[in-house]
Design a protein around this ligand. Sequence first.
Ligand SMILES: O=c1[nH]cnc2c1ncn2[C@H]1C[C@H](O)[C@@H](CO)O1
Ligand SMILES: [Zn+2]
Length: 389
Amino acid sequence: MSRPSLEQVHAAPKALLHDHLDGGLRASTVAELAHSIGHQLPAEGTDALAAWFRDSADSGSLPRYLETFDHTIAVMQTRDGLFRVASECAQDLAADGVVYAESRYAPEQHLTGGLALEEVVETVNAGFRDGEAKAAAAGRPIRLTALLTAMRHAAKSTEIAELAVRYRDEGVGGFDIAGAEAGYPPTRHLDAFEYLRRENAHFTIHAGEAFGLPSIWEAIQWCGADRLGHGVRIVDDVTVDGEPFPTWLEKHRDDPQALTELDLDRVGLGRLAAYVRDMRIPLEMCPSSNLQTSAALSIALHPITLLARLRFRVTLNTDNRLMSGTTASREASLLVEEAGWTLENLRWVAVNAMKSAFIPFDERLALIEDVIKPGYTAFGDGVSGISGR
Ligand SMILES: O=c1[nH]cnc2c1ncn2[C@H]1C[C@H](O)[C@@H](CO)O1
Ligand SMILES: [Zn+2]
């Protein structure tokens, strides 16, 4: 099968599990909202502002990448700001061919304008419903689910977990922790995770992005995470001919075909990597974001291609569309152009995402059978691609 065109990638139904609401604003909206509240921005004009977010996030370190959020969070402190950002998020994703998305944000970061946590959640939900209605009217239906994040350096995780449970029948699918990873292990928030498990609630944990295997191990074996945010450093527990994968990759950093051509019989999995694959723990992978924080070398050599070939439960996500200057279609196109991905691979990650989503099983199945599969069938059969085992 020939390489899918940009138009096909754009038209193909896509599903996102990892997209930050406060990392996906339109630059023009940041500028307008900042002007209306008198917030000083680091750049003037929409293009310059978009470039500032991208360049500043290109820092090579997660903590510095996260500093850029000060300016998006600043304009999301009022009902008007939150509603507009949430509505536009739904509309922008839908226009890009996303049919299902879980959008996350940290309610505790939106209180400086005097809103209560509940008001933040209800306003964002109202914005999502407005955006969904507008997208449907425009002929691009989408379903949005909110995930409530607690910041890992702060001490509000149990309160936010309770909030997620309180709103679980009103548009909130689950819980997450985010923020700087090194120095803030997930077990710091064990109380919140134990509470969520007792409540039969869902949660994901940012782990294995800026810190390696101990973070992933704690997230899964101590905290009981349903999914891993990024999880890219699970490859630290993978070997090639007995050599650690990162060392092997470093030696092949000038060979863009290294991952697509690697003979899988040479690859070994350690206990943790085998557990993640065997238990079908979903990996919410975000290639462009990982390049900006130095969690990966390049798109061609991003571990997502090896993990997909090994049939881990891989999903493809955007993380922060504004900071990475990206979209779901762009992430997919990059893998098509630079790592040999095909429509078959894109269908597979979309189905994986729906299998792993935090909405009820019957609703996930309906989206797979009624929306995603027919959307790819329209392109014809015989799709092949990076091959697995
Ligand atoms: O990739 C990320 N890793 C850790 N934290 C992140 C990442 N992207 C965004 N965040 C943080 C910054 C946001 O303010 C917060 C809630 O969306 O989550
Ligand atoms: Zn993230």
